[in-house]
Design a protein. Structure first.
Length: 244
């Protein structure tokens, strides 16, 4: 499903509404909601909405939610580029959530070790062993202008990973490693929500959604979850789409 909304604020509000509904439903069914947050700048408004909109803040089952990340930069948790830091500043600082509910990627450590440890933490939390795949209730994703999602960048090794849940991925364009969920883990989610805003993504979004399949160039095309897939797109990013 593709939902095109006027701007970032409307995208964030619609996504927040969907996220809260998903959380309430998961907690009603299983007593817990497990979400993987995306990084970058787009989700910041969504996180702020969840704590500044009194309706969302009241409805969100904060104490029954476990927060993970679908990727992280290889920086300390208080670094300006940290996805964890962005979520803490925009959301966690404003709600009662215990440390045991926040599963940070320790990306300041050796990248391979950090990826292995995070995979162990996910398996322990879901109480499943390899080769089983855990099913997150919801995975948030963004998309870069180059068609990457999480830290699955065009032409990188992580695109091929079919067994691991989490890997360290060398991203030559940034001359750095990133820690990222793998395609199998993301595609085993009950629901995936993309948030894509901005004119600089319009041509890539059209290629990803309406162009020929070329996942090495457009990794976001690899995301085809067993569950629901919703694209929240603003008019600027969606302006080239030919929606029937
Ligand atoms: C990250 C993200 C990444 C992000 C896209 C879009 O760590 O940067 O996980 O995949 O979602 O790059 O980023 P913006 O929302 O900032 O455009």
């Amino acid at each position: 499903m593709i939902r095109i909304l006027k701007n970032l604020d409307q995208v964030s509000s619609a996504a927040a509404e969907e996220l809260v509904k998903s959380a309430v439903s998961a907690v009603e069914k299983r007593g817990v909601f497990r979400i993987a947050l995306s990084g970058g700048s787009t989700p910041k408004t969504l996180f702020s909405n969840l704590v500044s909109d009194q309706e969302f803040k009241k409805q969100m089952p904060w104490q029954s939610t476990h927060f993970f990340w679908s990727d992280e930069r290889t920086v300390p948790p208080d670094h300006a580029d940290s996805n964890f830091r962005m979520a803490r500043e925009a959301m966690f600082k404003h709600v009662e959530v215990s440390e045991t509910q926040i599963h940070r990627i320790h990306a300041e450590e050796d990248p391979n070790h950090a990826a292995e440890e995070y995979e162990k933490e996910i398996r322990k939390h879901f109480n499943i062993s390899a080769p089983q795949l855990p099913s997150f209730d919801l995975i948030l994703l963004g998309m870069g202008p180059d068609g990457h999602t999480a830290s699955l960048f065009p032409g990188t090794e992580a695109l091929k990973e079919q067994k691991r849940l989490v890997v360290s991925n060398w991203v030559s364009k940034f001359n750095t490693h990133r820690i990222t969920f793998t395609v199998p883990l993301i595609n085993h989610a009950a629901a995936v929500m993309f948030l894509v805003c901005g004119e600089d993504k319009a041509a890539t979004l059209k290629a990803v959604l309406e162009g020929p399949r070329d996942p090495e160039v457009y990794p976001s095309q690899l995301i085809k979850p067993d569950g629901d897939l919703i694209w929240f797109v603003d008019q600027a990013a969606g302006k080239l789409l030919e929606l029937d």
